[in-house]
Design a binder for this molecule. Structure first.
Ligand code: G6P
Length: 608
């Protein structure tokens, strides 16, 4: 992960770099650094911890210089301390890196044998020394950088600065994204366009294998073979959407509360309310009628949205779905029939494993569809069909509104698939569209349960372990509830299919164990009641998220309930997601954790 920035400016750049890094902190926040060049002297400030520590250091000991690079880190090799923080130096070279250099051990040994000393434990430092060695061998800076890059295996986005050049940054991309921004007599680079939003919205994205020689007045891009290539300039949309917390204490709270609105926007994009049908499937490169199955690949919360969709596609459209986490899928060498449909779900559109899965499916001759929140992302650009989620920028590391927007898109696709496959008729489609359009209203009502959920969360803040249970689409929701809680409160939580309780997790149940059960009153509610009885009989403390009917039929003493309005089954995953997010949020707030930037996590995972 990590975020990188570079600026060749005509004013002092250190404050600008810090400003851009703030917008990249979602990519990592365990240490940060800035280097600038002035009078042929490279200087840097680095600090362990959040960016604010670097800012404090820079305020006390400012950096001048009108060219510089910066980095915010999510540690892979070497603990998060100041020595391992970027930029890394080697004699006349300064460098920032996002990614992992897989052959760094052999390069390190080679460089040590050549007399180079390593100050850090990072994989990155080898690149600085490699470039430096090429400079010493007499190459000019751009050639030295290129020769060094050719030695690298793995994933990287790089920005390299040279002591001798106050008008040059060399950038390179192999895997993680890299955006070059064009200004008035200034040039910028960053891990995404939003980082550069205060400076410019004219962006060139490097392609995989590209490297660029950037100067104030122009830029030259070369592909991996060294041939000069043209990459289009684009106007970045949405950069202006860089948001603040408004009246909310955390971005996560704000994003939870935005859900009625963004679910509404997303549904409106896919539903033709006048015609009462799913729209937008007529011009795509595939037809659900001709498909034998769909493959869904994603990571984290996006994967759990895909798991909900599996139930929908199979139940509503009678279309089998294979789903896997991308980190497994990419290496499974799945045999695939040509012309199948592979769907990739991703908020950032940059998750390395998901992207690798996409490229595998491309080789297998699949139609590639992406459900993606960041429209300019690599995954969006490499897909045949983009199904956007209209969640707006999601800043909190724990995904909330992106998840419910992903569900909104997937529900529409499943209904569209059901129509194309002749499983539902026009009237049934119209009925389902009316049901889906109710989701924002119900989501608004659920937000009003905040004070009650906050009260329940107070009690959870003292426990060590929590179990979440659900059946059918509530099973992935149980997993999402557990994921949200562990991400931000650091309480150990597991999400299980309620029917699997007796195959293991029941051994954990005693009086200290809260069990959150997600069970609207539906066709299999009674089955879940049996599982709750099994928990209650062993002293487990049940929190049941259900509706009035479910609450009245649970028939268990000593149960706490969060009661939602009764609603059509198809929208329950979208709406029941809110109380589980709120439960995790308020628990974390009571525990005093860093809700928006929980330890060890990053929002966009661009390494394997
Ligand atoms: C990280 C984030 C999660 C996210 C997952 C997949 O783990 O913390 O919130 O669900 O990556 O990210 P993507 O951008 O592909 O949805």
């Amino acid at each position: 992960m990590c975020g990188i920035v570079g600026i060749i400016g005509n004013r002092p750049v250190a404050p600008l770099i810090v400003d851009a890094l703030k917008r990249l902190e979602y990519r990592g926040y365990d240490s940060a650094g800035v280097a600038t060049l002035e009078g042929n002297i490279l200087d840097r400030r680095r600090a362990e911890g959040k960016l604010v520590n670097l800012e404090t250091r820079l305020n006390a000991d400012p950096l001048s210089g009108i060219i510089g690079i910066g980095h915010t880190r999510w540690a892979t090799h070497g603990v998060p301390n100041e020595t391992n923080a970027h930029p890394h130096f080697s004699d006349d070279v300064a460098l920032v890196h996002n990614g992992i250099i897989e052959n760094f051990r052999e390069l390190r040994e080679e460089l040590i044998a050549d007399g180079y000393n390593f100050a850090s434990q990072t994989d990155t430092e080898v690149i600085a020394h490699l470039v430096s060695r090429e400079l010493k061998a007499g190459k000019n800076p751009a050639d030295a950088a290129h020769t060094a890059i050719l030695r690298l295996e793995g994933a990287f986005a790089l920005a390299i600065m040279f002591c001798s050049e106050d008008n040059l940054i060399v950038a390179a991309r192999n895997g993680p994204p890299l955006a070059i921004g064009h200004g008035e007599g200034e040039m910028y680079l960053g891990s995404d366009a939003i980082a550069l939003a205060p400076f410019t919205n004219v962006i060139t994205y490097l392609e995989d294998g590209d490297w660029a020689v950037i100067r104030r007045e122009d830029m030259k891009i070369f592909d991996a073979s060294g041939a000069s290539v043209e990459r289009a300039k684009q106007f970045s949309v949405g950069s202006h959407l860089m948001v603040d917390k408004g009246n909310h204490r955390h971005f996560m709270d704000k994003e939870i509360h935005e859900q009625p609105e963004v679910i509404g926007h997303t549904l409106a994009h896919y539903l033709d309310f006048a015609e009462q049908r799913v729209s937008g499937l007529d011009d795509v490169s595939f037809n659900f009628k001709e498909l034998e199955r769909v493959t869904i690949t994603a990571c984290g919360t996006a994967y759990l949205a895909g798991m909900v969709a599996k139930y929908w596609f199979e139940h509503l459209a009678r279309l089998p779905v294979d789903i896997d986490v991308a980190s497994e899928f990419r290496y499974r060498e799945v045999p695939m029939n040509k012309d199948g449909l592979s769907l990739f779900i991703t908020q950032s559109g940059e998750t390395a494993d998901t992207l690798a899965g996409l490229r595998y499916c491309r080789e297998q001759g699949q139609h590639i569809g992406a459900i993606v929140n960041v429209r300019e992302s690599t995954i969006a650009r490499e897909s045949d069909v983009v199904f956007p989620t209209l969640a707006g920028p999601e800043i909190g590391v724990a995904s909330t509104k992106a998840f419910t927007c992903q569900l909104s898109v997937l529900a529409c696709l499943a209904v569209g698939a059901a129509r194309q496959r002749g499983i539902i008729n026009t009237e049934q489609e119209a009925q389902t569209v009316r049901e889906l359009s109710e989701a924002p209203r119900f989501a608004s009502q659920v937000l009003k349960l905040g004070p009650q959920i906050e009260q329940l969360a107070r009690e959870l803040a003292n426990v060590k372990h929590i179990l979440y249970l659900g059946r059918d689409t509530n099973y992935p929701l149980a997993m999402e509830g557990a994921l949200k809680l562990k991400e931000i409160s650091y309480i150990h939580a597991e999400g299980y299919a309620a029917g699997e309780l007796k195959h293991g997790p029941i051994a954990l149940i005693d009086e200290t164990m809260p069990v959150v059960v997600i069970a609207p009153h539906d066709q299999i509610f009674e089955k879940t009641v049996s599982n709750m009885q099994e928990v209650a009989a062993r002293g487990g403390k049940i929190i049941l998220i259900t509706d009035e009917k479910g609450a009245s039929k649970a028939g268990i003493d000593e149960i706490k309930t969060i009661i939602l309005p009764e609603m059509p089954t198809i929208i329950t995953p979208l709406v029941y997601a809110l109380p589980i997010q709120m439960l995790a949020y308020y628990t974390a707030v009571h525990m005093g954790t860093d809700v928006d930037q929980p330890r060890n996590l990053a929002k966009s995972v661009t390494v394997e």
